[in-house]
Ligand binder design. Structure first.
Ligand SMILES: [Zn+2]
Length: 264
């Protein structure tokens, strides 16, 4: 590992140890190391199958028009079983450990794979929803998906226990608005934090991409851990970029934080 990267890892550990309220913001890049393909990368799902991209723009409309048809298709995609079977990688565990240490107060993720929770993170805000829950778009309630496994298996429409409306997956589809609760909580965290650790995201999908920019404007330090430079680097939203695999860099940052704490 280059010495400059080692220095940046130490700097990030010091910044984290000195922070009062650190928040992590994660994206697809943290999950590709768990074998989850991204969408637009060289071997991305849509790069290989443009039809799948077209279908993904139609799925929310299909739910609104015909929830039965939606449920017949919703869980059949091969992508869904990849997500279901994926396991957290060292990057997810590192963030969970930083939360356990009291340093990271929340993880805001754009991922729907629930790997942060599987790794032990407690305060996770799923900006684009998640595969382990169902959500009512009419009253906003969420339910564990497993509560409805019988209905789903029998291809019946799961119904909201609060208001009786058809439920959909909690996952936010194209053309679907971000649920108000998670939207507001995420922006509150971005405004409150004094350090944002951006991991595995180029932050180009709005409105999520606004979060590091909000944090920066409010005076927070923004540290980027990404495989390559991103618009956050170029627009100088991030104070510095630690370039490389998040699954290698985050555990090293945790090691350094531990060393700092031992010395205190
Ligand atoms: Zn409802």
């Amino acid at each position: 590992m280059e010495s400059s990267i080692k220095d940046l890892i130490k700097r990030a550990a010091e910044d984290l140890a000195n922070s009062k309220y650190a928040v992590a913001f994660t994206g697809a890049g943290i999950s590709t190391e768990s074998g989850i393909p991204d969408f637009r990368g060289p071997s991305g799902i849509w790069t290989r199958d443009p039809e799948a991209e077209r279908r993904s723009y139609e799925i929310f409309g299909k739910f609104l028009r015909n929830p039965k048809e939606y449920w017949e298709e919703a869980l059949r995609s091969p992508f869904f079983s990849i997500l279901e079977q994926a396991k957290p990688n060292p990057a997810h565990y590192a963030l969970a450990e930083l939360e356990e240490m009291g340093i990271i107060k929340a993880v805001i993720t754009q991922n729907i794979d629930a790997l942060h929770q599987k790794a032990g993170s407690k305060n996770v805000l799923e900006f684009h929803g998640g595969i382990t829950k169902l959500r009512c778009i009419y009253c906003g309630c969420r339910f564990p998906r497993e509560d409805f496994s019988k209905e789903i298996e029998e291809k019946r429409i799961p119904m909201c226990k609060e208001c009786g409306s058809p439920l959909k997956m909690d996952v936010v589809y194209f053309t679907e608005p971000i649920p108000r609760d998670v939207y507001e909580l995420s922006f509150e965290e971005a405004m409150k934090c004094d350090l944002m650790l951006v991991c595995g995201t180029s932050a180009v999908v709005y409105p999520a991409a606004e979060l590091p920019r909000v944090a920066k404007r409010r005076g927070a330090k923004v540290i980027e851990v990404n495989f390559e430079e991103t618009p956050l680097t170029h627009e100088m939203i991030s104070d510095y970029l630690i370039e490389g695999k998040v699954g290698e860099i985050l555990p090293k940052i945790v090691e350094e934080v531990k060393k700092l704490r031992e010395r205190q």
